[in-house]
Design a binder for this molecule. Sequence first.
Ligand code: B12
Ligand code: SF4
Length: 441
Amino acid sequence: MKPLKVVLFKPSKYNPDGHVQRFWRGFLPNATGNHIKSMTPREMNGRLIESQYIDENVYHPSEYLHLMEGTPGYETLVALVGVQSHQFQRALDLAAYAKDRGCMSIIGGPHPMTCDTTILQGHGVSFALAEAEIVWPAILADAMDGELRPVYGAAQRWTKELDPPVLQPPTRDALRRYVLPLMGVYPARGCPFLCNFCSVIKIAGRRVRSQPIATTIQTLRAAKAAGVKTIFFTSDNLNKYAEVKELMQAMIDEKIGLDFFCQCDTQAERQGDLIELMARAGCFQIFVGVESFDRAALNGAHKGQNRPETYDQIVRLCRDNGITSHFSNIIGFPNQTRTQVLEHLDVLRSKRSGDAFELGLVATRDHQVCTRLGKGLRDPQTHTLAAARDQRDLALQHSVRHRLLLARRAAPRVTWLVLLRVYGTVVTPRPRRAAGCRSSH
Ligand code: B12
Ligand code: SF4
């Protein structure tokens, strides 16, 4: 009856030269490891469980490789968590490494949830095809017995009702490894839309499901007590969460006092009262998936819910409430011409900012079309028109100038300029904060 050691591991990825990508400091912590660690009890069926979480992006191999060699007197489970497609090869190598050394290993997250892993199944490494809320207890129970099944969650990907536990805040040591020492919280998940380029609906479904508000509030209280200052609500469209106003009001009533940023869809343009409430609850930035200023491109991408004529209103609403709007753009939609790409960049320039990133996700409708046409994806994450690539360079040059300008104007916001580099954006100059809002960065 050995105790169980659980090593939750967020893999990095291989650079094109074959080296593992590593950073002396990460930008922001991943939410998944902490989420699943919080779901791991300290004891199960009378046996002890020890768990720890490692993010390979910011840990040195000398800090973790020994954990994958098992510990005498323990069963060891190595769980590769939150594995995205560009991290999948690295996850497989780490899982095989751990398995060869006597551990049990399993891979879960967006890639195995959305892509076919059949060919890899039954060779020693297990796969989780469902949310941890459905399969994690069974995985832990099997690991205690010393053997995992090849696949978990093939029958059902999502729980009907979400009731995850209160999250344990990350340790100070873990947070010190990131530029933005924040904590990810996932109050609701799922998205009603059907954008061709996005895999969210295959990961979380089209029905928006949410956890009890009390759970979110307790998580926020615990985070605050542990010294966390900033929260990232990782829900894809927080404004589509039916109880978002109740959550914001509860944060205000409880004087949670944590700054947060979140993601909303462009229909937030009609939710001025919500944006005002969000600002009072601590929101300082909203990420909006605007993607394009061209109606035809949006329709082609099945993102017809975005209406470019409303974007300025979103900026105004945010600005009036002391919130920065952070707009994502996609350049290089499958049917976009060079002229249209140039027009898009002109609009960005006219808005005095710009940065561009390339994105092409596997298991999305765009990916299926590319594959059918034999175009494939050169890189699992990107499929970019040559024109777009040229123009991205242009846009990046422009954005460097833009960043310098912003940096001169607002030195304390330098952190946020780093964020812009990580996730392509159009950002409006940071407004003066509305009365009653706290300033944090
Ligand atoms: C927050 C977020 C970010 C943040 C933080 C990323 C990070 N490192 O944590 C930022 C903004 C930095 C970011 C960047 C990127 N992201 Co991102 N991101 C998200 C987002 C919105 C939420 C992820 C999250 O934290 N969820 C909360 C946690 C608790 O849930 P979860 O990870 O899904 O885990 C659950 C299940 O998956 C499962 N599970 C996960 N692991 C395991 C393991 C086991 C063993 C088990 C049993 C279950 C299990 O159970 C968990 C609990 O229910 C998702 C969209 C989404 N809704 O999933 C996109 C998403 C994950 N991102 C995506 C992409 C592509 C990227 C970028 C590559 C974009 C780019 N081109 O730069 C970068 C990559 C950065 C990196 N190195 O990780 C894609 C991945 C698609 C894919 N198939 O790989 C997604 C799905 C978005 C999309 N539109 O499709 N991202
Ligand atoms: S891009 Fe945004 S709105 Fe579209 S399906 Fe994905 S999460 Fe939903």
